[in-house]
Design a protein around this ligand. Structure first.
Ligand SMILES: [Zn+2]
Length: 87
């Protein structure tokens, strides 16, 4: 996977899609704002605006509490696609 290509454009894709509400259960969507180790991507990489970044961070923290997104990933789990076991 080419990880670097994903964050090339600097617009907020949530503004582009006119998103007003982000569902914490929509993990596939949240994945865009998470790094390989499930850390929340900084705004300078995703290009999100402040408003949506705040929304995302809230939602991701909520998803973590609901065990939809892991808090941390061990080194071994990082190698392939860690999301496979969620499908
Ligand atoms: Zn936005």
């Amino acid at each position: 996977m080419s990880e670097k290509r994903k964050y090339k454009k600097r617009y907020c894709k949530y503004c582009e899609a006119k998103v007003d509400f982000i569902d914490y259960k929509d993990v596939a969507n949240l994945r865009f704002s998470l790094s390989e180790r499930y850390k929340i991507m900084p705004r300078r990489l995703t290009g999100n605006c402040k408003r949506h970044q705040d929304m995302i961070s809230t939602v991701i923290k909520r998803a973590r509490a609901a065990a939809l997104v892991p808090y941390t990933v061990t080194r071994k789990a990082v190698v392939t696609n860690p999301f496979e076991n969620l499908k």
